[in-house]
Structure formats: C-alpha cells, structure tokens
Design a binder for this molecule. Structure first.
Ligand code: ADP
Ligand code: ASP
Ligand code: MG
Length: 805
C-alpha cells in the first residue's frame, strides 16, 4: 500500500488530472490517493463566503464560474460519460448556493459555514479524479474524509483522534475495497462539526491517511522536482535535494518552503513512513526522499525565507536578573493567542525580542503593554516596540551541527549583500540558523546566502557606462568568458544595463545576444543604478568606462549604497581630495587598476608591496604610450614635429596631441600612484613640465598643428643638452611625496630607456627592492589591454564577494 497526495497544481484542470490518472495506473501497488481542490478553488470559496457575508452580490457570478469550471473539467475528462457527475455537481452547487444565501442573510462570516464551504473543493476534486480513474476501466472508490477523520481543533492545529478515526475507517472500508480516492483538507471534529486542517492542509491529510492505511510510503506530488535548495520562484538557480531527514524537512517547511506543509511530517515520522516529494509533470524524476536517515556530508541543504513578520521588543533595566520576565512576555503572547516564530535575548537581559506574525503585532503589543503596565509606569521597562516589515531567513542542514564556520559564512554572505541582520536565533539542535531581516531585503538575502553556501552561482549584476572602445572591448571579453566562468567557477556575470552619455538600455535578465544592446531610452543614471542594484540579485557593480568627471561624481552615492565601482576613468582617483577620500571609506569596493598602465598590474603590485610591509622609496615610470613612442624615435635625425605627425597618423595620440604633450594625463596617473602610497597628493602638487610651448597652449587645434615645428628647436636643444643620453618623459615620486613629471636624460641601459615604442614601465624602489628595483613593463594603452585591466578588477571584486576563483 502506497499513499499518494496530489496538490492543487496537479489537479488544476482536466489535462492535469489526466496525468494524475496516468501516474496512478502505471503503478502496480495498492493505493490510497489524497487530493487537494483544483488549484485556486479554496481561495475562491473563501472569497465567496466573505462576499456573501458582506452582501456583495458578486458571489452569485463567482459561484457560477466555479460551477462552470468543475462541469467543464468533468466533460473534458469523461465526455459523454460525464452526465451523472455533472448532474451531481449541479446538485452540489445548488446546495452551495443555498448555503451562501443563508450566509448573506446572517451578514457576518460564521465559522461553521466557512469551514464547511471552504472544504468543498476537495469533495468535488476527489469525485473528478475517482470518475476519471473508473472511466479508464480501473477500480476506484471515493472516501470522504469528513466521514472518517476525527480531529480536535486546538491552538496547535488539528489533532487527530487516531483510534476514533481508525475505527470509522475500518467500518467504511469493509464495504469498499480497491483504490481509494480521499478528500484532502477536510475532517470532522469530535463533536461532529465539519472542519478543515488549515490552509495547505492536504499534505497533512496525505500523511494522516498514509498512517491510517499503514502505507509503506507517502508520495507528495506537486509541480516541482521535489524539495529544492530554495524556492525556485525566488532563486531560479535552486538545485534539487535528493535526500532530506525528517528534521531538515520540518525546518525547511516551517520556515516557508511551501512544497511541504510542516504538519505533514508528524504522522509520517511517528511511523517512519518515508515521504517522497515528486513532480506530477515530470514523473520519471526520483524527487526528494524524506526519511529518518541523516546525511551530514553537506552542511547546508537549503535556505528559506518567510515574510509577513514583525519584531516585538521589550527593553528596560528592570528585567536584569529578574527571573520570570521572559515567562511573563510569553504568557502575555499566549493570552493574545500569538504564536512566536523566533526568540532572542541578549545575555545582559536588558531586552527580550521575538519575531511574530505581522498580523498578530498589534494584539501582541497591547497584551504585553497590559501585562507590564506597572513596570512601564515605574520606568523599569522603558519600551515595548513593534517593527513591521520583517522576514525570517533560515539555513537548514543536519550537517551544520558541530561544524564551525557556518554562521560566519551566513553572516559574511549577508554582509556582502548589504543586508542588515536584526535578530539571530540558532536552535540547540544546530540544524537551523535563522535571522530576522527587513522584508525588503529578503529576496536579495536569500539569493546571496544561497550562493554564499555554493548552492548556486554567485550572480553579479553589472552596469556598463561608456560603451566606447574600452567599454565595447570589456563587454566582448565578458561575453566571451561568461560560460567558462559559470561552468568552472560558479560565477554568473550579467551585464544588465549599458549607458552612453545621452541614451541607455536596461535589460532583463541580462544582455544575451553577444552584441551591445541598442540604447533605447534617455540616459538617467539614477534609474540606471536602481536597475543594476536589482532587489533580486545579491551584488551590483557599475563599470565606468567613460572619461567623464560628472560620472565620477556619482561614485560616492553608489558605493554608499553598496554598489561596487570599477573604472579606468582617472577623474576620481586624481580629482578633488575630499571626494577621493570619501570613496575609499564607503562600503562598496572601488577599483581602478586600469587607470595606470591599462592592464599592467601596477596598482596591485604597489598594494602588495605596501600590504606586506614594504616601504616605498621611489616610484619612477613612463606612463604615456604616446610619449614613449615619440622619445623612442627622437634621436635628432628627424625633427620632433615630424614624429608627432607620424604618431598622429598611426592613431597613437589623442585627437588633440596637446592632451598627450601637456603631460596632464601622466600627472593624473602619478597622483593616483601617490595616493595609493598613502600620500595626500593632488594634481597641483605635481611639478609638471609641459612639452607644449606656452604660446601654443590655448590656440585652436588647426593653428597648433600648423605651428607644430615651433617645438623642434627647443626639443633639439634638450637633446643636445642631454649629452649622448636618451630623453624620456618620466613621472617620479620620491619618499616624502615629491612628485615630478617631465623630460630627463637617461643612459641607454637604464630600465626606463630600454623599452619598446608604446610600452609603459614602472620601477618601484623599495626597502626590499632597493639595489635592484622591481619593474613592471608592457603595452600600457589600447582598448583590449585596458578592458582586460577592468575585467581583472571585476574578478577581484567577485572573489571578495565569495566567488571561487
Ligand atoms: P501544490 O499545489 O502541489 O500543493 P504548492 O504550490 O503548495 O503545490 O507547493 C509547490 C510550490 O512550492 C512550488 O511550485 C514552489 O514554487 C514552492 N516552493 C517553495 N519553496 C520550495 C522549495 N524549497 N523547494 C521546492 N518548491 C518550493
Ligand atoms: N485546498 C486547500 C488549500 O488550498 C488545501 C491544500 O491544497 O493543501 O489550502
Ligand atoms: Mg501545497
């Protein structure tokens, strides 16, 4: 004998009921089959009762629609053979009409009527399933649980009267052998009233009838492949759990995994009946087997959230060392019939907090106020507060017990996702740690924690600003690496927004077709940031590939919100000190490796030196590929202006070559290096030698290009003054913070002299690298290598967020 329970989603319409019958008939065992109402019917019935009680005439149309739905289903299932069933349904709905009419005369919801009516959906659905089985030539009979299942309704829910129920069942079955189709959800009280087992109670019915029929297993059929590591509607990456212990399943169900009702477990646990959660729409899948055995190889099996909660807290010095305060709080809650979801009391005993249902919050508060009115009057208790909009998040797994580090993993994942924890509880069994958080954070928290325990990939939502050369190269590199990062590192990088200076595109779930999306709406960086920091994704990064100072003004607010910022844009790093300093203190990560030397690891090298305790004595470098090119070729044979023109033609200069020749760009990079070193250097502190003669600095570009040969004489003079050395445009930092940028003569064998035409090179002289400095050298400009520097920063951010790279 095997018990099966089919949920509302499995019997939603004729086609689905057909699948249920297929499943039943394909199995050889003896069966007891518990069914829910057709999906949505219980809600609809409750609504009809309320409407009738409010004398809202819409109940008539609602009733008719419900009748139609069942009649249509019967006809679709049985064709011509449906007549007796449709006649019976018509009779059922006529009497329901009379009940609702009576309800509307009473004018207020009567519990008895509500209980009776809300359970009718199961009466009808079981008739449909039973008829469908018999229509296929198989044996089947119906069992109305209201005739056999006797319960006591208490504050703890419906308590089964096993002996009475068993006795009635035996009497009943004597006359009805074969496959039995049972109404879920409904029962009768000891005093003979029709009642229900509470919302979603059919799972409980399934377990009860499995016990009453001494079934070997209980198969709970729904629309998912069993129990998943999180609610798949909230975490699409949730993974299937093959096995759970009863206690794990209880914790998951209690904290909101709707796939199983928590009460289900009790009758099954007592009799060691395994529960198998399965998918009606995917019957070949083995589902999740829930049984007594524990598998502790994996610490955390699942994560759940549960919303609609509130925190009640009681504060005051009057509770310190006073026995019985907690008891009085809980007595007050019991008096108000409020059930407590989580409890927490700090060791100072200065406050007691508990999590309750939001709908109970007001009655709970009033009851506690009343109970402590004397202490409140005398200020021994200073405050009784209620915070609404709370959610509970629980991580569950038998393998957590005795294994250190689980809580820290949980809290690290929450912190990285910027989720504030309000209250913490861990049961002594250590198979559940639960936290109370703001309901608004629930989805993000769930996903972050799910990924934090490597149950799914780390998902990072990315916004790209400035889809120019570097931006486009970055985009292409990320697209090319995506599937590999997902497969090998569980890292899911999703570019979800792209903004130019005037237009932008916001996409969901991400830009997929490999090309930059058309920018289809007006740019609005506030809307852009809000989209990137989606509530359902744990981490957000904005990559700024623009060269705009105005965009850099936004970094501070983004970082403050927990959005990480990565950029090759030098403005923030070299701009006003106050802005820069603030960025460094924000909670989001701010990375800008590509601002100096593009993809070359210059800033990371400097950081590594400093973080490991080295002392930087000097930093010298060639930080402009353009100027490196010019001085590589400047040997006096050709005039300097001819080399500038050649560099322009090769695309090595900015459109206006003065942007390179002025040295301002190099000075900005030097400021970034100096600040990384801990010096409070600004652009105005840099002693800068511009190669643009003062008279040419302000003239229009065409005039400048005409008068370019005016550079030749002074440059030739510099070269001969160098007396056989080569000229290099060098940026230099000396300990103490002195920063200079300008032309220097170097011997041919100097590290800064021996470089390839467009290389960047930086030489660090430090306490450790004193006699033989550390040199980083290589191509230091161009979209591909700059984008690589940005991408590498992105991976560093991801690693800090918990990705396994
Ligand atoms: P039924 O109608 O069969 O009773 P329910 O809607 O009550 O089905 O329960 C199944 C639903 O539970 C799934 O569709 C899924 O959205 C939700 N669910 C929530 N948490 C989980 C989880 N951890 N694993 C599987 N499903 C879950
Ligand atoms: N039909 C009932 C409800 O919706 C019981 C169930 O489906 O489990 O609550
Ligand atoms: Mg259900």
């Amino acid at each position: 004998m095997i018990a099966h329970k089919f949920g509302g989603s499995s019997v939603a319409n004729a086609e689905r009921i057909g699948k249920v019958v297929d499943i039943l008939l394909a199995r050889a065992e003896r069966q007891v089959v518990v069914v829910s109402a057709l999906q949505g019917v219980t809600d609809a019935l409750i609504e009809l009762v309320k409407q009738a009680a409010n004398r809202d005439q819409r109940w008539r149309a609602g009733l008719e629609a419900l009748h139609q739905r069942h009649a249509t289903t019967a006809t679709a299932l049985l064709g011509a053979a449906a007549a007796p069933l449709t006649a019976w349904l018509a009779e059922e709905f006529r009497s329901l009409h009379d009940l609702l009419h009576a309800q509307s005369l009473v004018g207020a919801v009567t519990t008895d009527l509500l209980d009776l009516i809300s359970g009718l959906g199961e009466v009808w659905s079981s008739a449909l399933v039973d008829a469908a089985v018999r229509n296929r030539g198989a044996e089947s009979s119906r069992l109305d649980a209201r005739d056999v299942l006797i319960v006591d309704k208490t504050e703890l829910g419906a308590i089964v009267q096993w002996d009475a129920s068993q006795r009635r069942l035996t009497e009943h079955l004597a006359s009805q052998p074969g496959r039995t189709i049972v109404t879920g959800f409904v029962a009768r009280t000891t005093d003979g009233r029709i009642t229900t087992l509470g919302r979603n109670g059919s799972d409980y019915s399934g377990a009860i009838f499995a016990a009453l029929f001494s079934a070997k297993e209980l198969h709970v059929w729904s629309d998912v492949d069993g129990v998943l590591s999180a609610d798949p509607r909230l975490v699409p990456e949730a993974v299937h759990i093959p096995r759970l212990s009863y206690s794990e399943a209880c914790e998951l169900a209690y904290f909101g995994a709707k796939v199983l009702h928590p009460q289900t477990m009790a009758p099954a646990i007592e009799r060691s009946i395994p529960i198998i959660a399965r998918n009606t729409f995917h019957p070949e899948h083995p589902g999740t087997r829930i049984a007594a055995e524990r598998d502790t190889s994996q610490a955390v099996k699942g994560v759940t959230t549960f919303t609609g909660l509130a925190i009640l807290s009681l504060e005051g010095a009057g509770m310190i060392g006073v026995p019985g305060s907690a008891e009085r709080v809980f007595a007050a809650l019991k008096h108000a019939r409020v059930s407590v979801v989580m409890i927490s009391q700090g060791s100072s005993e200065h406050s007691i907090c508990c999590v309750i249902r939001e709908s109970d919050a007001e009655s709970a508060r009033l009851s506690v106020l009343e109970s402590f009115h004397r202490e409140l009057a005398s200020r021994q208790i200073t405050n009784v507060t209620v915070t609404r909009g709370i959610a509970a998040l629980a991580v569950v797994g038998d393998g957590m017990a005795g294994r250190p580090g689980i809580a820290s993993q949980l809290f690290a994942a929450l912190a990285r996702a910027n989720v504030n924890v309000r209250l913490i509880a861990q049961g002594a069994s250590e198979r559940n740690i639960s936290v109370a958080i703001d309901a608004a954070d629930a989805r993000r928290a769930l996903r972050a924690v799910h990924a934090g325990f490597y149950l799914s990939a780390q998902t990072i939502s990315i916004g790209l600003i400035g889809p120019g050369h570097v931006g486009a190269a970055f985009f292409a590199q990320v697209q090319a690496a995506r599937s590999r990062l997902l497969r090998d590192h569980d890292l899911d990088l999703r570019i979800r927004a792209v903004a130019g200076s005037r237009r932008m595109a916001l996409t969901e779930p991400q830009v997929t077709d490999g090309a930059l999306p058309p920018l289809d709406r007006d740019a609005d960086l506030a809307a852009f940031a809000a989209h990137v920091q989606a509530e359902h994704l744990p981490h957000a990064v904005i990559v700024d590939c623009s060269a705009s100072d105005a965009v850099a003004d936004h970094y501070d607010s983004w970082l403050a919100r927990g959005i990480h910022v990565i950029t090759p844009n030098k403005h923030a790093g070299s701009g006003p000190w106050a802005r820069y300093e603030s960025l460094r203190k924000r909670r989001g990560q701010f990375r800008y490796e590509a601002t100096v030397g593009a993809g070359l690891p210059i800033l990371t090298t400097l950081r590594d030196l400093l973080d490991t305790g080295d002392e930087v004595l000097a930093v010298e470098g060639i930080l402009s590929g353009t100027l490196a090119y010019l001085f590589h070729h400047f040997d006096g044979k050709r005039p300097f202006s001819a080399l500038v023109r050649q560099a322009m033609e090769l695309g090595y200069t900015e459109p206006d070559p003065r942007d390179d020749l002025s040295g301002r760009d190099v000075a900005r990079k030097l400021v970034i290096l100096a600040r990384e070193n801990g010096w409070r250097t600004g652009l105005s502190d840099v002693q800068l030698e511009s190669l643009v003669p003062p008279g040419l600095a302000q003239v229009p570009l065409p005039t400048f290009l005409d008068r370019l040969p005016e550079l030749d004489a002074p440059m030739a003079a510099r070269l001969s003054a160098a007396g056989g050395k080569v000229l290099r445009y060098v940026a230099r930092l000396q300990s103490g913070g002195k920063a200079t940028v300008g032309l220097v003569g170097l011997t041919h064998d100097h590290a800064l002299a021996r470089i390839r035409p467009t290389d960047n090179v930086v030489q660090f002289t430090t306490a450790r690298y004193r006699d033989n400095p550390l040199v980083v050298q290589g191509p230091g400009a161009g979209p591909e290598v700059t984008a690589m520097g940005v991408f590498a920063d992105l991976l560093r951010v991801a690693a800090k967020l918990g990705a396994r790279l």
